[in-house]
Design a protein around this ligand. Structure first.
Ligand code: BGN
Length: 282
């Protein structure tokens, strides 16, 4: 029998694992950069469980995946993103949920801390084994780019249109990246200390290296993305300073000292929306 059965979990009604490679993939797919509003979109995508959760109907998914999206003030991008991602992930037969982590308040944006929070909050909801950390402005162009977590952390956004579909540098781990739960815990998650643009992904790339893990990638013809346009954020001038002593800092700065105020959690139709209040420590 090609497919494994799991009789214990499903009683007598035996239930096949989904095929290792989903059979209905298209390869290159159309990317729409426009969408109806989030509210309108909610009436178009109707096959989700509350909180933007989904499981394939005909087979048992191989991967339990939380998509974690750090967010502030990009409602139109979010609608385009959700419109694209739901059908994409469903074709890949994943057991998934989309977690939007919104930073409220006036502090500089802390992308990495929001991703730590998203992972922690997702685990309070479900037994996820895989995290995909996903910028809201990146849309995958090829559905063979499977959103699972392999043997090693995987950098997903290899070839982005605005970078001429070329990887800017070897150590890059920004944009879209995948880590399984045990690796993410092993490296103590992301740093919580990067306020403003830049460096937090390079710091994670270093954490991966300190723990003797390697960054894996799909080939550039598959790991292709379109980026939605927006005004550039101001780079954080402290990022070079924070990146120093990374190895020592990584032991405390991350999941282990993560503190935040969850202001609200909403189980919306297309995503779980978590609003958090975070601010730099004095
Ligand atoms: C790099 C940034 C990354 C960003 C990529 C791609 C820094 C730290 C310098 C030591 N790194 O330059 O955070 O993802 O560009 O835009 O700024």
């Amino acid at each position: 029998n090609l497919y494994l059965r799991n009789e214990t979990e499903f009683g007598n009604s035996s239930y096949d694992l989904c095929p290792e490679t989903p059979i209905n993939l298209d390869g290159h797919i159309t990317v729409l950069k426009t969408s109806p509003t989030l509210e309108e979109l909610e009436s178009h995508i109707t096959n989700l469980m509350p909180g933007g959760r989904f499981k394939p109907f005909h087979c048992k998914a191989r991967h339990k995946v939380a998509i974690v999206v750090p967010y502030r003030d990009r409602k139109q991008h979010l609608a385009v993103f959700l419109q694209h991602l739901h059908p994409f992930l469903q074709k890949q037969e994943l057991d998934y949920g989309i977690y939007v982590v919104e930073q409220i308040g006036k502090s500089l944006f802390n992308r990495a801390m929001l991703m730590n929070i998203g992972a922690a909050e997702a685990l309070r909801q479900y037994d996820y084994q895989c995290f995909i950390f996903h910028d809201v402005d990146l849309l995958p162009e090829d559905d063979r780019n499977i959103y699972s977590c392999p043997e090693m952390p995987r950098h997903m956004s290899v070839a982005v249109d605005v970078f001429d579909y070329k990887l800017p540098y070897q150590g890059l781990f920004g944009g879209v990246s995948a880590m399984n739960r045990s690796h993410f815990e092993k490296v103590n998650g992301f740093s919580n200390m990067f306020w403003g643009w830049g460096g937090e992904d390079d710091d994670m790339s270093n954490r991966i290296r300190y723990k003797k893990l390697l960054i894996s990638r799909y080939p550039a013809n598959i790991a292709r993305y379109v980026m939605l346009s927006h005004s550039k954020a101001k780079p954080n001038p402290s990022r070079f300073r924070v990146m120093k002593n990374g190895a020592k800092r990584a032991q405390v700065d991350g999941l282990k000292n993560l503190r935040y105020k969850r202001v609200k959690i909403q189980f919306m139709k297309l995503c779980t929306w978590i609003s958090v209040d975070i601010s730099p420590k004095e």
